[in-house]
Design a protein around this ligand. Sequence first.
Ligand code: NI
Length: 177
Amino acid sequence: MAIKPVLKMGEPLLLQVARAVEQFDTPELHALIQDMQDTMIALDGAGLAAPQIGVSLRVVIFGFKKNQRYPDADEVPFTVLINPQLTPLSDEMVEDWEGCLSVPGLRGKVPRHTRLRYRGHDPWGNTIDREVSGFHARVVQHECDHLQGILYPMRIKDFRTFGFTEILFPGRSLPDE
Ligand code: NI
């Protein structure tokens, strides 16, 4: 339907707590998700949250094909997740690089839970309930943070690991996600 402009860090809407979706399978909800998909695909992102295109609702999408840009990262099935609830399954945290379409050109090392369960709904109101780890768990945590008004730089512990993608990874064209 439409590729939407992505809000950048500094926009107040990105710092808001998003509202829950109350009605599933509506034309408005399907149109929002289509716009999010179009935008994520156009920008080659691994995930996108509704607030990033200016809609303060609890909707995230993510998905990632192997070797697209992180050779070590596992494939993540394309998922639309609405009103998500995250439950860590381990206290273990691991740091790894993240980027964000709302923070273009930068990367930082962010600690995330290694294993978690997430629950929520698909666009028709069907339940999604998964236990995930690794890159899948990282992407979900990053996207769901957007619904709480949290951008990944707020979670960086050591700012020496925050910098410009072209400097940190010279010679590699890594898009933002
Ligand atoms: Ni992001």
